[in-house]
Design a protein around this ligand. Structure first.
Ligand code: HEC
Ligand code: HEC
Length: 625
């Protein structure tokens, strides 16, 4: 490993970097004097004075603030779960305005004059433009699917946006609001939530992972990647996107889950943080389109780093270690100068320990350092992949409302989240595990040792993992006409769903739209989908919840149906999955529109089937002053 003392000679010269140019939980003001920090789990926003290295104020923000940026002197914060952008005045230490925006605001960038901001909306994949002085949304453009990362070009003519599941980079012309170009990744590229641009050269850096669904193995499934996109169009069609595997980047030292990157104002140093291994790479950036970057060293960080920013003069680097609830301040050589606590620890101690375990690829969870639970279940979501598991093809499920929808897995082969000790110790993660002692061995695909082994109470860590995993709440569907309201079509679809002719509600029953309960024997159903070529357990499956189904395609346990329509047409020819053959095309449209509206009201927080290991997450509500 080369020392990066030599490279630091270049860092001192300040070039025009500016606040808000790439989305992050952390942003430095243009004069370098203040940080704004979005505290996702605690639900607050904090301003830090960089000269005194102290907290200026911390204000309630709501359910999952996901990004913050300075627009001149105004701080802007996207609040993902509440569909809002907050306006913050750091001088009066107050939230001055709450702007309702479209669903799932995720990333945010601002123009240098602070007059405009652009926000990505994760689902359905739009960007909205905010006029800061007027405090209003002036335009919304459709950009792609699940848009998260966003950066603005230096001439402020173009936005660069990443799609979370495909890792595609999309260019949007700001004047017209039209998509003008895109740089697709490999089919296996996944979870690209961030993009940063080089300050001088037309180049974008995307940190993401690669999910190889054909390999079920701690060494072969998940890889950390960085993709470089040349932002000009070559007439000869030369390849404009390259990617390097970061797993061999530091020799034998393994890193996981690259979360975001920042670049020094002189464009010579790239900093990449790893949320799965609590460390970062400092890389030398080459002024060519061939080698791109070279590792100049690894730096150990605090717990679960999710944001990094460089001060515009290049002299200080800020890292947000989200599970320490603190921002560490470093000099340009990454020597730690100080640490500022930005908020209170979120939720409960068990939840926090559970999150730490869920996010890490290191011991005791991972044996190799590549795979963490969150590599496939990012913040409780699905990774949108169909994994070729030993027992058959399985689409990753989301974990929302999990406490109420036990048993677990499509085949109901687990009855406690603590059973994931089998996953931790198994081939996929090869970790030491969270409990002591032997587990009842699995002998065949159809005898479920997990159901016989009682794993709850085996260890505090295992119970903490369960508490975290069981506590992801549902959010209302953006297709609902409002809280508790359905559109006219969805209302007609609801009647079709509830009818004795279709039978849907016999299996998809109750507030979670599933008849599965922990009462044994489990109720599994053969709806004619168990004939997959790799299937070892089928043909019966546990009835999945339909809440949140709008964002989950492809559908069914192995993703065989591309759309919801296909579930009831080409994949239900014999009416084994409810009766749908009698439905007219318009009736099917109505049924699908009802399914897409789920949940249109919050399901109950407690049912007879709700498990004990969980917490109900609460967030402080912002008030305008
Ligand atoms: C390689 C990707 C991958 C990793 C890593 C992974 N999972 Fe999963 N997870 C899946 C897939 C695919 C499914 C669906 C499998 C099935 O139902 O048989 C799933 C299903 C689940 C479910 C069942 C949800 C339900 O509604 O029934 C839970 C709970 C879960 N995973 C938790 C975890 C935990 C905890 C870890 C870490 C110890 C983990 N997963 C690691 C891919 C992964
Ligand atoms: C006999 C019980 C049963 C009936 C009746 C039934 N379902 Fe299902 N449903 C299931 C099971 C089991 C699965 C999972 C099967 C699989 O994935 O292969 C499922 C899967 C689904 C899915 C896919 C969910 C996903 O996440 O991919 C949708 C959507 C759905 N059902 C809607 C309906 C509708 C609408 C009706 C009425 C027309 C209906 N179901 C009738 C048991 C049933």
């Amino acid at each position: 490993m080369r020392s990066f003392a030599s490279l630091l000679l270049f860092v001192a010269v300040a070039l025009p970097a500016f606040a808000g140019s790439a989305s992050s939980l952390l942003d430095v003001s243009a004069d370098g004097s203040r940080l704004i920090v979005a505290n996702t789990d605690t639900g607050t926003v904090t301003v830090v004075d960089t000269a005194t290295r102290t907290k200026v104020c911390e204000l309630p923000a709501g359910d999952h603030p996901e990004a913050a940026a300075w627009a001149g002197g105004v701080g802007l914060v996207t609040v993902y779960g509440d569909d809002r952008v907050l306006f913050l005045d750091a001088d009066t230490k107050a939230i001055t305005h709450i702007l309702p925006v479209a669903d799932e605001p995720y990333g945010i960038v601002t123009t240098k004059d602070g007059k405009r901001a652009f926000v990505t909306h994760d689902y359905p994949g739009t960007v909205s433009e905010i006029e800061v002085a007027a405090k209003r949304v002036v335009r919304t453009f459709k950009v792609g699917d699940n848009c998260r990362g966003i950066a603005i070009s230096h001439d402020e003519a173009t936005l660069y946006v990443t799609e979370f599941f495909t890792s595609k980079l999309i260019a949007v012309d700001i004047a017209s609001g039209k998509v003008t170009d895109s740089w697709g990744g490999y089919e296996s590229d996944n979870l690209a939530r961030h993009v940063v641009l080089h300050p001088k050269r037309p180049k974008a850096y995307l940190s993401h992972i690669r999910s190889r669904v054909t390999h079920f193995d701690a060494r072969g499934s998940i890889f950390p990647q960085i993709s470089f996109c040349d932002l000009w169009t070559k007439p000869d069609g030369e390849k404009r996107r390259r990617s390097i595997a970061l797993d061999t980047y530091n020799g034998v030292y393994v890193t996981a889950n690259p979360w975001e990157s920042a670049i020094s104002p002189d464009g010579k140093t790239l900093y990449t943080i790893y949320a799965g291994t609590n460390d970062m790479n400092v890389s030398r950036v080459y002024d060519d389109d061939y080698r791109e970057i070279e590792s100049a060293g690894i730096v150990r960080l605090g717990k679960h780093p999710r944001a990094i920013a460089v001060r515009p003069d290049g002299k200080e680097v800020y890292v947000y270690n989200t599970l320490d609830f603190a921002v560490t301040i470093h000099d340009a050589r990454m020597r730690k100068l100080d640490s500022v606590t930005v908020c209170e620890p979120a939720h409960t101690a068990e939840w926090r320990r559970g999150k730490e375990l869920f996010q890490t690829a290191r011991a005791p969870m991972g044996g190799t350092g590549w795979v963490s639970c969150s590599s496939c279940h990012p913040d409780g979501m699905s990774d949108g992949r169909i994994w070729q598991n030993p027992e058959g093809d399985r689409r990753t499920t989301h974990l929302f409302g999990l406490a109420h929808t036990h048993p677990l897995h499509w085949s109901a082969d687990r009855d406690e989240v603590q059973d994931f000790e089998y996953t931790v110790r198994g081939k996929l993660m090869q970790g030491r595990g969270l409990a002591q002692g032997q587990m009842k061995p699995r002998t065949s695909f159809t005898e479920f040792a997990e159901l016989e082994q009682t794993t709850r109470g085996m260890s505090k860590d295992l119970d903490s993992l369960a508490i975290y995993t069981n506590s992801f709440p549902f959010r209302l569907s953006p297709h609902a006409a409002g809280e508790g309201k359905l559109s006219v079509e969805a209302e007609r679809g609801k009647a079709i769903f509830a009818s004795s002719a279709t039978q849907c509600a016999t299996c998809h029953s109750g507030p979670y739209f599933s008849d599965s309960t922990l009462a044994k024997p489990f109720q599994l159903h053969d709806i004619g989908t168990g004939d997959g070529p790799r299937e070892k357990i089928g043909p019966k499956f546990d009835t999945p919840t339909l809440l949140g189904v709008y964002r989950l395609g492809p559908y069914l346990h192995d993703g065989r149906a591309k759309t919801l329509h296909e579930v009831f047409t080409i994949h239900n020819k014999t009416d084994k999955h409810g009766k749908t053959s009698h439905l007219k095309p318009t009736e099917l449209d109505d049924l699908v529109s009802f399914l897409k509206s789920l949940p249109y009201e919050q399901p109950p927080d407690e049912t007879p089937n709700t498990v004990k290991d969980r917490v109900t997450l609460t967030f402080p509500k912002p008030t305008v002053r």
